[in-house]
Design a protein around this ligand. Structure first.
Ligand code: TEU
Ligand code: CA
Length: 610
């Protein structure tokens, strides 16, 4: 039990304290040595609170201590060989249905479109598909606001189309996982309508509906899409909690009946034969009882108020175990939880095999370098990625499994973040592919990565349709020019990864004026080769990892299994440099810049078979 009289060092040595402190250092742009230096680490927490007057509200430490003290358990990284599983051998490919392939010319990707591209995906060499939501939805957040969990969005097709998709995926020996959005539903979901309309309905307790007056929301929490996390329903005199858009109402997982209905729904999809789920913001489902006020210092650092009360809530483990036991395990379903805010140790607590919660998580701490937020226009230093992923690899053990990704539908493309110089983008795309497909873990490719896509250049705010961007625009319109908002959104908007893929059809009217990109055949060839190489042995999914060099701008490592080994050498920067790996009898099996002679070129990657 830590108290205000414990030291900063003691706090930093607890797994959860370490995660929380690392997160704050990352946001503040400070190195880990800030807290490990002896002067600071011997200091009492209480005195540290006084050290930075004005900057830190003393209640911050209460918030941290309560999270740390609540978690008595730890995970020991296992050194045993990795236990085999299909999802450890698989390479996943994420499809954002709206922008993948449009079969009927309405500008909206759809399920028949996906079916028409299955041969391409099979031939590319991916093993499993993750479909972003295809459920019926009013589309306030492109399907992440579900109106009916058991129906398909009309724009995407019908349930027959879905059944055909699943059968066609399976017929090709691939697997399909669905997006499971169970932290919230649309305000148009029947449960919510009933909860709002009928005070005596047991479903009233399925949401966070609190009586009150329009001037006083129940607490100070903020929404991820700007403004407060509470919406007032004047007719009923009720406040409703929504961590995301005003039309995405948070579900109250404390309610046993709600959990039963959600589990029924999950089993309904598993009965159909889907192979598992990517679980949307699943670490947010347990909220601190009483919904206490958010800490101002945390809000200042993270940008959102209240997060400490739900990113790692008191019943999270219990709820995850229940879902696994009562729905996933009976069907052998796979799960990857989207867990924004969870650091390395918290992620281990929800993924360690012996704990029977999730199979993997998506954590996001690698997507920005220290001190940077999603809307910052800066160049991402891949040296930082190397140091970050090395810590995870070293501490994860073989009982936890890393997910490997650089892109998804919520972020701009990583190649554009690494360098503003477009001429370098194909090199960076290949380098990221090599890292993603050879580091230990399970890769998740995002649609278009294999085409070498980078960011678009939006020339008008009208081209940016995403609800997060709309929130940003509404919030800033009064104090920023259109040009300024456009500059910021061009750096960080999710729209970049939501434009209809090249070859997927004509761009819809709202993307009029957006210049479509041309797929890069060399990047695609590299993906094909790397996916084949990965399939040709078990070295990459299961092999050991040995760091050879992490000198500046270098990432050199060996992957080995049963006497077979590969060495991967990456140049993490634009400046050419001498190779560090000295091949003896090894054979160069992949070279991202085969025509380059002499030193390694910019962002060059090579794979040697020993
Ligand atoms: O994203 C969760 C999440 O934390 C987002 O706020 C994310 O940080 C943001 O998109 C970054 O710009 C999931 C989904 O992936 C996202 O598409 C949804 O909008 C969100 O949940 C709500 O369901
Ligand atoms: Ca369509």
């Amino acid at each position: 039990m830590l108290t205000l009289d414990s030291t900063i060092g003691e706090l930093y040595r607890t797994p959860i304290g370490r995660d929380l402190a690392d997160k704050m250092l990352l946001q503040a742009g400070l190195p880990q040595s800030t807290l490990t230096n002896p002067l600071v680490s011997h200091m009492k927490i209480r005195s540290a609170a006084k050290l930075l007057p004005g900057k830190i509200d003393p209640s911050l430490f209460d918030a941290i201590l309560s999270l740390v003290n609540r978690e008595p358990e730890t995970v020991t990284p296992s050194k045993a060989p990795v236990k085999p599983a299909w999802w450890k051998e698989a390479v996943f490919y994420q499809i954002y249905p709206r922008s993948f392939c449009d079969s009927n010319g309405d500008g909206i990707g759809d399920i028949p479109g996906i079916i028409s591209r299955l041969d391409y995906l099979k031939d590319l060499g991916v093993d499993a598909l993750w479909l972003s939501p295809v459920y019926d939805s009013p589309n306030d957040d492109n399907g992440y606001d579900i109106r009916d969990y058991r129906a398909i969005l009309a724009e995407f097709g019908t349930m027959e189309d879905f059944d055909r998709l699943l059968a066609e995926v399976h017929a090709r020996g691939m697997r399909l996982i669905m997006d499971l959005v169970i932290n919230h539903t649309s305000d148009e979901h029947a449960w919510f309508r009933e909860a709002l309309d009928d005070p005596s309905s047991p479903r009233r307790n399925y949401y966070f509906l609190k009586p009150g007056t329009p001037d006083a929301p129940p607490n100070n929490w903020g929404s991820f899409f700007s403004g407060p996390a509470w919406r007032y329903f004047p007719e009923e005199g009720l406040w409703g909690l929504h961590l995301f858009s005003k039309k995405q109402m948070d579900l109250n997982w404390e309610d046993d009946g709600l959990r039963r209905e959600v589990l029924d729904m999950i089993r309904w999809w598993l009965e159909k034969g889907v192979d598992g789920f990517r679980m949307d913001v699943i670490n947010y489902i347990s909220k601190d009882p009483g919904l206490p006020a958010g800490d101002p210092t945390v809000a200042g650092l993270i940008g959102f108020c209240g997060v400490e009360h739900y990113i790692y809530g008191p019943r999270l483990h219990e709820f995850l175990k229940q879902i696994r036991r009562e729905a996933f395990d009976p069907y052998g379903a796979f799960s990857v939880g989207e867990c924004p805010g969870l650091g390395m140790n918290m992620s281990r607590m929800v993924t360690a095999e012996e704990r029977k919660e999730l199979d993997m998580v998506f954590s996001f701490d690698h997507l920005e370098t220290p001190g940077h937020g999603k809307y910052d226009d800066y160049e991402y230093d891949l040296n930082w990625y190397r140091d970050h992923i090395l810590q995870w690899i070293e501490n994860y053990g073989t009982n936890c499994r890393l997910s490997l990704f650089f892109n998804n539908h919520d972020n701009p493309r990583m190649v554009s973040k690494v360098s503003r110089n477009k001429a370098l983008h194909p090199y960076i795309a290949k380098l990221l592919a090599v890292l993603q497909l050879t580091l230990p873990g399970t890769p998740f490719i995002y649609q278009g990565d294999e085409m070498g896509l980078s960011n678009y250049e939006f020339t008008s705010l009208d081209q940016i349709t995403d609800v997060e961007a709309k929130g940003f625009i509404a919030e800033n319109r009064a104090r920023m020019s259109e040009a300024e908002m456009l500059r910021i959104l061009n750096a960080g908007t999710r729209e970049h990864t939501r434009v209809l893929l090249p070859g997927g059809g004509q761009l819809p009217p709202w993307h009029a004026g957006v210049t479509q990109q041309t797929p890069d055949p060399e990047v695609e060839e590299s993906y094909r080769f790397l996916l084949k190489l990965r399939r040709s042995s078990k070295v990459f999914p299961y092999g050991t990892f040995e760091l050879i060099s992490d000198k500046k701008n270098a990432f050199v490592y060996r992957r080995s299994l049963n006497g077979k080994s590969y060495v991967i050498e990456c140049n993490l920067a634009a400046e050419p440099r001498k190779p560090l790996y000295k091949p003896k009898k090894s054979r160069l099996v992949f070279d991202s810049q085969p025509l380059h002679t002499g030193d390694l070129g910019p962002y060059h990657a090579q794979i040697w078979e020993e």
